[in-house]
Design a protein around this ligand. Structure first.
Ligand code: SDX
Length: 425
């Protein structure tokens, strides 16, 4: 980074100079680390839309051009040519695994694919119909009571074992949560299956109805997890970095990320899109009526799966998922009218000045739910699938924060606007 340039800030006629940071893709920032010390002022940027929380080498997004790269590699190439666990390794370690690293990582993932048997009984405590995201964040937190904890002071080899355990066990936990929710016995992981094939088998196999593993379905599962694997400083990743900065153990830190992701404005949007499309299909509203409602400021309704804090262009992930959705529905000979409604919504919104002027395009969640439905997942599992994909990204950012010796506990300032000094009578 080139820190040779400075930005001048003039306050009450006095000039203050602050270093300009230029990232490897030309992004520019003013380093205000000493602003309050030098000027007595702080900045105010409530949702941090203009504030960089850190420098990072993991993921690059160009929102204006719709670019997404993991460790410099375009998402389109990774989605087309690599497996999810190769991309997980890339995010965690900075490079794609060579043959030996891939083999070792696979062996560790298999070793850690079982859930601690005592943890299975925790599922019995949840009321029938509990949302799987609430179950997953609780179960993740409980891992700190079953396994050795790692935090920001731990050795890197312990961190890597824990990261691998999380990536593998979380997948088993998700499948167990689903089986529990439908009253079926859990299906255990198999050492002969790859990461995604194992997940599909644990989700859909049963003693009386064996699941047939289809290579193309496994491939599209890899693609979906890769597309969700990281997205730089989004809400849930910022949550992970924030919680982790307090030296909280990694399980509790990831549990907080799962909770942040469950919000309908964030990872919960893929479930909210299906609920929105289903309302339109059931005759609640026409597509035109729904679009008018979403444009109406007095109406809390939003066009779910549309818009993004960073992308002011088509989300590159949405393009790939839309194509995969059409391809898989054709392969499975599924006619899902929700897809027709989604495409009509997209077409009409992208020709409506409200959305065009605000640069609102389909995001990663607009089509993913339709594809998940076609693969047999229930709607309430969609955000769990998002979390499964995002897990390596969360851990990679936590590791990056841990390895930054200048990293401090996250503690923003505020501007107090409440009552001035008031004494008790
Ligand atoms: C994810 O950050 C990430 O990287 C997240 C994510 C990841 O991989 O981690 O990409 C995953 O969370 C994707 C987003 C999923 N959420 C949704 O699809 C929910 C619907 N989208 C909106 O709630 C909204 O677009 C957000 C929350 C995604 C972004 O909110 P912002 O940053 O506040 O939106 P904005 O500043 O771009 O809004 C500009 C204008 C506003 O209107 P005006 O005040 O200018 O008149 O556009 C309006 C907004 O009200 N607007 C919408 C809209 N999104 C923004 N109006 C109707 N429908 C929408 N969906």
């Amino acid at each position: 980074m080139d820190g040779a340039k400075f930005a001048e800030l003039r306050i009450d006629g006095k000039a203050f100079n602050f270093p300009i940071i230029i990232g490897s893709e030309g992004e520019k920032a003013i380093d205000i680390s000493n602003l309050r010390k030098e000027t007595g002022y702080i900045t105010l940027d409530p949702s941090f839309a203009n504030t960089g929380a850190c420098c990072s080498e993991i993921t690059y997004i160009d929102g204006e051009r719709g670019i997404l790269r993991y460790r410099g590699i375009p998402i389109e190439e990774l989605a087309e040519k690599r497996l999810f666990i190769e991309v997980a390794y890339l995010l965690l370690h900075g490079n794609l695994p060579d043959e030996n690293q891939y083999k070792q990582f696979s062996i560790l993932l298999n070793e850690h694919s079982l859930l601690h048997e005592d943890m299975r009984h925790l599922f019995d405590g949840f009321p029938r119909g509990s949302h799987p995201m609430h179950i997953m964040s609780t179960m993740l937190n409980s891992m700190a009571t079953f396994y050795p904890n790692v935090d920001t002071l731990s050795l890197s080899e312990d961190i890597d074992v824990t990261a691998t355990r999380l990536i593998s066990t979380f997948r088993t936990m998700a499948a167990f949560a689903y089986k529990k929710s439908i009253g079926q016995p859990p299906v255990y992981p198999r050492p002969d299956l790859t990461y995604c094939a194992n997940f599909l088998n644990m989700m859909f196999d049963s003693p009386v109805n064996p699941y047939t593993i289809d290579a193309e379905i496994v491939e599209v599962m890899n693609l979906l997890f890769i597309l969700y694997a990281d997205h730089e400083q989004n809400c849930s990743t910022t949550t992970v970095r924030t919680i982790g900065s307090a030296q909280v153990n990694l399980y509790a830190t990831i549990s907080a990320g799962v909770s942040a992701l469950s919000g309908p404005l964030h990872g919960g949007a893929n479930q909210a899109v299906i609920e929105m499309l289903s309302k339109i299909r059931s005759g609640g509203y026409s597509v035109d009526q729904f679009i008018e409602m979403a444009k109406n400021k007095n109406n809390p309704v939003k066009l779910m799966g549309f818009g993004h804090r960073v992308y002011k262009n088509y989300d590159p992930r949405a393009k790939i998922i839309k194509e995969a959705t059409v391809r898989i529905l054709k392969k499975l000979d599924i006619k899902d009218t929700l897809l027709d409604i989604a495409m009509e919504l997209e077409s009409k919104a992208l020709s409506d000045s409200y959305f065009v002027e605000r640069k609102l395009y389909p995001n990663v969640d607009f089509y993913s739910g339709i594809l998940y439905r076609a693969l047999g997942f229930p709607t309430n599992m969609f955000t769990v699938l998002f979390a499964l994909g995002r897990l390596p990204g969360w851990i990679a950012h936590w590791k990056e924060m841990v390895s930054d010796k200048n990293s401090k506990i996250v503690r923003p300032r505020q501007i107090y606007t409440g009552r001035t000094l008031t004494h008790l009578k």
